[in-house]
Design a protein around this ligand. Sequence first.
Ligand SMILES: Cc1cc2nc3c(=O)[nH]c(=O)nc-3n(C[C@H](O)[C@H](O)[C@H](O)COP(=O)(O)OP(=O)(O)OC[C@H]3O[C@@H](n4cnc5c(N)ncnc54)[C@H](O)[C@@H]3O)c2cc1C
Length: 403
Amino acid sequence: MNSDLDVLIVGGGLVGASLAIALDGAGLAVALAEAVPPRVELQPSYDERNLALAQASVNALHALGVFDAATPLAPLRRIHVSRRGDFGAVRLDAAELGLRAFGAVLPARELGNALLRRLDGCRTLRRIAPAQAVALEPRDDAVEASLRDGESTRRVRARLLVGADGSESFVRSALGIGVQRHDYAQSAFVTTLTTERPLDGLAYERFTDAGPVALLPLGERRAGLVLSVPTADAARVGALDDDAFVALVHDRFGWRAGRFSRPGRRKPYPLARALAERTTAARSVLVGNAAQTVHPLGAQGFNLGLRDALTLAELLREAASSGADPGDAGLLARYVERRAGDRAATTAFSDDLVRLMGNDVLPLRVLRSLGFHALERSRTLKRGFALRGMGFRGDASALALQP
Ligand SMILES: Cc1cc2nc3c(=O)[nH]c(=O)nc-3n(C[C@H](O)[C@H](O)[C@H](O)COP(=O)(O)OP(=O)(O)OC[C@H]3O[C@@H](n4cnc5c(N)ncnc54)[C@H](O)[C@@H]3O)c2cc1C
């Protein structure tokens, strides 16, 4: 046995790294075990996808010292939602609703760089990488984890084990927690484009029968694109040259942003939902994608996972200051209770949006157009919708509420 820890976080992706930072200096012995070495280009979590960060997430990452004035955050000030073939559109404008911005857009790679820099500055955190969790043994007073690095395996003991190891979570299956999966039969191509006109803080979400298209402002005339296609069509789309790809994007998105050019490298992500049947077990808890993986439409995945991490960090800090056991069943029950509403609402929202917007049945088209019309005309509805989208929902962590 190599060490005795208060908290072992398995998985140093976007959510696990954020949790480790939020726990630094809390007076707890915390270790972060990550399967790949700590370099941004090796981390599957720190890739080319462009993340729309809700304002609550931006606030929290500033408060944690992950973001500073040099972080290339592109503000998200206006949102245009429409569906090809339906009447009307919804336009949300932060200034009209008395808000500065709905959030910001940042490539996951830049967020990864910012997290790695901040992890380097952590005072009390122990980082173990590369270290892949390969076995878990629950005991009464701790969980023992075997961490493998090449040929060698070390065992660590922690009073609380956190599974932040993503959609295919080893921790989840080793704890015997079931998972409900749904394959959307869609793949999302993620890339960047140059737009003829600057987007100036405007994001578009456009729904079509073949799947949704999102265009996110990255500053100046660069935009992040998420183009969903039926998975059966993904190989064909992946093989298109730049001109043919741009023509496909125009066909699906239209010409609202003018002519597109210079598409970057493209990578398809198969889209599936995976919901853990429970998020805790004895002395163990799941956060982020390990707990719930949602469709990227609506840009909720990391934002929701960060809220898991912030609430867990708050409870663990309270436990540390009163000398309580961080793996105590009562603490885990409080965590489940505090996260339940947000988790249920956000996973249902992401899923309902895919079903509602992807369906071409006539009554649904009429309902959608009426919904668009009602939302477009009501400032109160728009503001409520915007505030939930900005992450101010459920039992928000104090860090998220800081300006
Ligand atoms: C196309 C696309 C667009 C998206 N856009 C948005 C958006 O705009 N806004 C938003 O909020 N979210 C978005 N998301 C969702 C977001 O990317 C995820 O929710 C987020 O990356 C989840 O982070 P995580 O840390 O929970 O998991 P991961 O990112 O999967 O990280 C898991 C980590 O655990 C490590 N690991 C795995 N197994 C082990 C093991 N056994 N031992 C040790 N380490 C292990 C892995 O190496 C990895 O580093 C998008 C997703 C996709 C696919």
